[in-house]
Design a binder for this molecule. Structure first.
Ligand SMILES: Nc1nc2c(c(=O)[nH]1)N[C@H]1C(S)=C(S)[C@@H](COP(=O)(O)OP(=O)(O)OC[C@H]3O[C@@H](n4cnc5c(N)ncnc54)[C@H](O)[C@@H]3O)O[C@H]1N2
Ligand code: MOO
Length: 451
């Protein structure tokens, strides 16, 4: 897409939206099929075989997935459990022990042998004690939940179901069934049983299961290593904006999101608007993915395209038919090293992150694709005539509520959003079901803390 194309589309979009509003009565629902915007989108699709560098939004995501696959399978690593949350198993998790690994009391009370009443032994059995001894018929011993039951125990009598008389004999108020409240060895699994399959993403519960089943380390796919290069001489790292300088919003925002998407962020470098510094940073990077911010357009200091040519990279996606963020790009530097160029406008950068970086990182990290889902829009959303729009929405009850302040340079809307709604060319009417992309903190907030 040329710069002129882009500008014309934006003017057209504004006009289309204005015309559309004027044509509708107040409160009248809008049907994208009937709007001038939709008609133009239809016409555009019809002539979409014209040469155009920009890739459609679904195709851009598919290209990013394919790039991840073409990078080849990454060698598994062994990590301790405290480092494993969110990673993907590179081998099935099979039980290293029976679970429980011994017959266990499920309740506090008495282990008993045969029918009551029973003579109660003096010593009790606590959880963690190695040798619980053996009971003979007519004997009982106090036992705690989780303790190993003595050999020849026939049941556990709960403390609330028995009373001892003054001679120390135990009488049941309710006779226990044979085997009652005993968790037999191997009830949950036998040694060698598969507990989790290869490819499972490790949740907090999976960490607990792995520990219970005897694991100190697990074999996982390593996190893809990402280096973030923040471009722009106008960026401040602290204080108030001043004299044409603004605060860098992407340096603080993107690393957390990249981690949530499965990456290890190895470095955040500020390279200003210095083409040579960018060249050196790209050349010396050993990351699986380099993410740049800014410098994707055609301005005098937009260095990303020239540097990609200089390092001999192959452009896989050069512009996407999506708003905001249409100048985003994806390049292959080597078979196993890619670069995602995010536009500098902050919401455009978020759009690029979820359009290009998310699918690529998901494949590299071995994660499964999220189940696609839709929700109805509570209010109509205007569309771009030809491009997909990604609009921040809050999820309220059964509806997706479009959030205001969703301009390309704004973060105010996305800062309270749960998801991005995928608005097709031409827009969407109130009540229309739209595909949603969950923002990772909303569904798995803890992942943001991964290091
Ligand atoms: N002639 C044209 N100009 C522009 C076009 C176009 O098609 N033709 N597209 C516009 C669109 S759309 C976008 S998006 C931007 C993309 O620009 P770049 O990727 O080259 O980004 P910059 O020019 O470096 O910055 C754009 C904007 O964003 C601010 N910015 C940059 N980095 C940060 C940061 N880390 N934190 C906060 N804000 C940042 C920067 O100051 C600019 O205001 O190009 C349009 N122009
Ligand atoms: O539409 Mo740009 O991509 O301003 O954000």
């Amino acid at each position: 897409m040329t710069a002129q194309d882009a500008e014309e589309l934006d003017v057209e979009e504004a006009l289309a939206v204005a015309n559309d509003r004027a044509a509708r009565g107040p409160g009248e629902p809008r049907s994208p099929r009937e709007t001038p915007t939709a008609a133009r989108a239809e016409a555009h699709r019809a002539k979409d075989d014209s040469p155009h560098r920009a890739t459609s939004w679904p195709e851009a995501r598919a290209v990013a997935e394919r790039a991840g696959r073409a990078a080849g399978r990454r060698a598994p690593v062994s990590v301790t459990l405290d480092k494993a949350l969110g990673l993907v198993l590179a081998a099935p998790l099979t039980a290293l022990t029976d679970l429980p690994s011994f017959d266990t009391s499920a309740m506090d009370g008495w282990a008993v042998a045969g029918p009551g009443p029973w003579d109660v032994r003096e010593d009790g059995v606590l959880a963690g004690h190695a040798d619980a001894g053996r009971l003979t018929d007519g004997e009982a011993v106090r036992i705690a939940t989780g303790a190993r039951v003595p050999l020849d125990t026939t049941a556990v009598l709960r403390s609330e179901h028995g009373r001892t008389d003054d001679k120390g004999r135990l009488h049941p108020t309710r006779e226990p069934a044979h085997g009652q409240d005993i968790r037999p060895r191997g009830q949950e699994c036998r040694i060698g049983d598969q507990l989790l399959s290869l490819g499972t993403q490790i949740t907090p519960a999976a960490l607990g299961l792995a520990a219970a089943a005897g694991y100190d380390t697990v074999s996982v796919l390593p996190r893809p290593r990402v280096e973030l290069l923040v471009l722009g001489d106008e960026l401040l790292t602290d204080g108030l904006p001043r004299e044409g300088l603004i605060r860098d919003a992407l340096g603080p925002m993107l690393p957390s999101w990249l981690r949530a998407l499965g990456a290890e962020v190895t470095a955040v470098r500020r390279v200003g608007d210095d083409a040579d510094a960018l060249y050196r940073a790209v050349k010396k990077s050993t990351a699986d993915l380099i993410v740049t911010t800014g410098g994707t357009a055609a301005g005098p200091v937009d260095h990303v395209h020239p540097i990609l040519r200089r390092v001999g990279a192959e452009l896989l996606v050069d512009g996407v038919k999506v708003r905001p963020g249409h100048p985003m790009l994806l390049a292959r530097i080597r078979q196993d090293q890619h670069l995602v160029g995010l536009p500098g406008n902050p919401l455009a950068a978020v759009s690029g992150l979820f359009t290009l970086a998310e699918p690529l990182l998901r494949i590299l990290a071995g994660r499964a694709a999220p189940e696609p889902y839709t929700m109805p829009l509570r209010e109509a959303v205007h569309g771009h005539p030809y491009d997909t729009r990604l609009v921040p929405v809050g999820l309220r009850g059964d509806d997706a509520v479009p959030l205001h302040y969703n301009g390309p340079a704004m973060l105010r809307g996305i800062a309270t959003a749960d998801a991005l709604a995928v608005v097709p060319p031409g827009g969407a009417r109130s009540g229309q079901e739209l595909e949603l992309l969950d923002l990772p903190w909303a569904t798995a907030g803890i992942q943001v803390c991964f290091t």
